[in-house]
Design a protein around this ligand. Structure first.
Ligand code: R5P
Length: 265
């Protein structure tokens, strides 16, 4: 790995433990002004000191994030559809490598939709993006997207998707936590981070998933809605970070969450 690639990876995965808390706020690229992200700066800014990187689009980065923040950026570079249009899987690459460099990103991220009508198209998107990004030492994060088909989130499907992404050259893979998650980890030779998915019933459910994913070999989380759609987003970000970076148990994370929540943070 060249210096630039190593440096970008170590900005995302903290050198002390090799783990990361990414804050995913890229949802608007197909969901528009999703709940609690209508005014992105108001939601994102208080969370910046509590997470290790931001995953977002160039439009949000340029317009809503003050460049004074020294936070690594994982730039969403795929899209081309919307929640009210045709197949969500019908994505292309939306950002040039030159613009990603101009934005000083630490990684670029793109979704693949294995098993859909657009499998070939999105896998070739990934390969093309990796070819371009590797020239400049920029890691590519592949998102194993399931679109609206949330029931696809099982170990068999996710192992297949993660492994294909890694074989094509993704440096980081983002997937979902699932039963037998260790099988996904064992068969994927690059670091895996987990998304949170739609908001869960309770904070405890989210903290349990983060804990179980880390215990089974994930290198971190790339979560969105379960942090910023919480009534207490800062407390959630801190509690998740305690699991990812401080080896907190679920109980310790819940206690931290409750104490921060009671202090109104
Ligand atoms: C999809 O909109 C994006 O890839 C999100 O970054 C990803 O789903 C993670 O966000 P959440 O935890 O809200 O699922």
């Amino acid at each position: 790995m060249d210096w630039g690639m190593k440096n970008r990876m170590s900005r995302i995965f903290k050198p002390d433990d090799g783990h990361t808390v990414m804050l995913a706020v890229d949802h608007g690229y197909f969901l528009g002004p999703v709940s609690r992200l209508e005014k992105p700066a108001e939601t994102i800014e208080p969370l910046i000191p509590l997470v290790d990187s931001l995953m977002l689009t160039r439009g949000l980065l340029r317009n809503c994030i003050n460049p004074k923040y020294n936070i690594p950026v994982v730039l969403r570079v795929s899209g081309g559809n919307s929640i009210i249009g045709g197949a969500l899987s019908n994505e292309g690459i939306t950002v040039s490598m030159q613009d990603a460099l101009r934005l000083n990103v630490s990684a670029v991220a793109l979704s693949i939709y294995v098993g859909t009508d657009h499998q070939h198209q999105t896998l070739i998107n990934l390969a093309n993006l990796i070819n371009a990004a590797e020239d400049y030492g920029i890691p590519v994060l592949a998102v194993t997207a399931v679109g609206k088909e949330l029931e696809k989130r099982d170990a068999r499907y996710l192992s297949l998707s993660c492994r294909i992404a890694a074989e094509l050259g993704a440096r980081i893979v983002k997937t979902y936590y699932c039963e037998d998650f260790e099988k996904v980890i064992e068969s994927c030779p690059v670091p895996v981070v987990i998304a949170g998915g739609p908001k869960m019933k309770s904070e405890l459910d989210v903290l349990e998933i983060a804990y179980n994913a880390m215990a089974r070999g994930a290198k971190g989380v790339d979560m969105g809605r379960n942090i910023w759609q919480s009534e207490w987003p800062q407390a959630m970000a801190s509690a998740i970070s305690s699991i990812v970076h401080k080896k907190a148990s679920v109980k310790q994370a819940v206690d931290l969450f409750n104490s921060l929540k009671n202090r109104g943070r």
